[in-house]
Ligand binder design. Structure first.
Ligand SMILES: *Cc1c(COP(=O)(O)O)cnc(C)c1O
Length: 391
């Protein structure tokens, strides 16, 4: 039998080995790790809500009112009020009939796709969708097809093909992110919606990296583009701009009814702490007009503009809070990341299998609570280290 190190050694050899970094501070623009302070440009806490006092207070109040844990799956012991209130608030924000929350985005994806699709069905995914959606599609047993990133002709071709194979009862489901997690670019949502309507397919859009920061009240990219109502299944997480953890699926009441009855990651998993739901409810409130979510959103976009200017044309204008610095070689990306760390800056190298082989990158993320000084310090450190052509 092969040993564990037989599996680990090739990872080291290919610069693909990963380790955990211990932090001794909250997720903030400056983190403490191994006795050093590092300027942190790696967090998905885009609006700084993970440390916002209103959110921390809501979390604490939630514990006092509802307890620290939830006791069981929501189908077993009953659903605590904060979960129901959070789902009502999310449905209201997303302008859908209903919402259902999950303990994580991963759980939402691997619960949803097998709940909706089985061996008689077809799932068509953008090549760059998140691992959780790929795993969910595989678990479903549906026939899976993948189209190259944002390649609409190929998507249309696959929709035609699926229609020709599908029975009258078959579902055809198209899956895309709205803002892609490792590139920060946008899906061609207008055309994807048009195509899915032409071929009578369903569409799931994962707004993990758009929720909270794009569109009116941070409803996401689909809302920004004015096509929300044409999307069947809205997915998003509470772990990125919402600063917490958990995820939602929004859509029709029948959709959430089906998920409650079929999504195994919902049924067979203990509900997240009711206090966490109370904190998430506070975050949704902060996104609404008149609360300070609006101001944080505009600070985030201002910070991104400042970074673009300070990097003197070496990056293209960011279309989200994610700025990928594509290096290519795995060892080159690791070297750059380590070099930056020596200079006191934390930006992780993202490598295979999170991105394709040879597409290793530094995934720089901006937040609303970085200061101008911090951004200028980043640019000053980064500029001499970047490859000469734009990345
Ligand atoms: C982070 C992420 C997920 C998973 O969400 P978690 O809450 O971290 O489990 C799903 N989809 C996308 C696009 C993501 O970026």
């Amino acid at each position: 039998m092969r040993s564990f190190s037989d599996d680990l050694d090739p990872l080291h050899a290919a610069s693909l080995h990963r380790t955990l970094r211990l932090l001794d501070s909250p997720q903030l623009p400056v983190v403490r790790s191994e006795g050093r302070e590092l300027l942190n440009f790696s967090s998905n806490d885009y609006l700084g809500f993970a440390s916002a006092s209103a959110v921390r207070e809501a979390f604490k109040r939630g514990i006092d009112q509802h307890g620290a844990g939830s006791g069981a799956s929501r189908l077993v012991c009953g659903t605590q009020r904060p979960h129901a209130e959070l789902e009502a608030a999310l449905a209201h924000l997303k302008k859908t009939q209903a919402a259902l929350t999950f303990s994580s985005g991963y759980a939402a994806a691997v619960g949803c796709l097998p709940a909706l699709c089985g061996p008689d069905d077809f799932i068509i995914l953008d090549k760059l969708v998140h691992a959780s959606l790929i795993d969910g599609a595989r678990l479903s047993g549906a026939t899976i097809r993948v189209f190259p990133h944002n390649h609409l002709e190929k998507l249309e071709h696959l929709l035609q093909w699926a229609r020709s194979k599908a029975t009258a009862a078959s579902r055809v489901l198209v899956v895309s992110e709205s803002v892609f997690s490792m590139d920060g670019d946008w899906a061609e949502l207008w055309d994807i919606v048009r195509l899915k309507e032409t071929y009578g397919a369903l569409l799931l859009v994962d707004e993990a990296h758009a929720f909270g920061i794009m569109g009116p009240q941070g409803r996401g990219l689909a809302a920004k583009l004015g096509i929300s109502s044409r999307i069947d299944i809205h997915m998003g997480t509470l772990s990125k701009a919402a600063g917490l953890s958990g995820a939602y699926l929004c859509g029709s009441r029948e959709l959430t009814d089906l998920l409650i009855n079929r999504a195994r990651s919902f049924i067979y998993s203990t509900a997240p702490s009711p206090a966490l739901a109370a904190a998430a409810l506070e975050v949704v409130g902060l996104l609404l007009p008149g609360a300070y979510g609006e101001e944080r959103r505009s600070r985030l976009w201002g910070n991104l503009a400042l970074l673009t200017e300070a990097l003197e044309g070496r990056i293209s204008e960011p279309s989200s809070a994610i700025v990928p610095l594509i290096i290519g070689a795995e060892d080159g990306a690791l070297r750059l990341s380590r070099r930056l760390e020596e200079e006191g800056i934390l930006i992780p190298a993202i490598r295979f299998p999170t991105v394709a082989r040879g597409k290793a990158r530094l995934r720089l993320t901006m937040t609303a609570i970085h200061t101008e000084d911090q951004i200028r310090q980043l640019a000053a450190t980064l500029l001499p280290l970047l490859p000469p052509s734009p990345v």
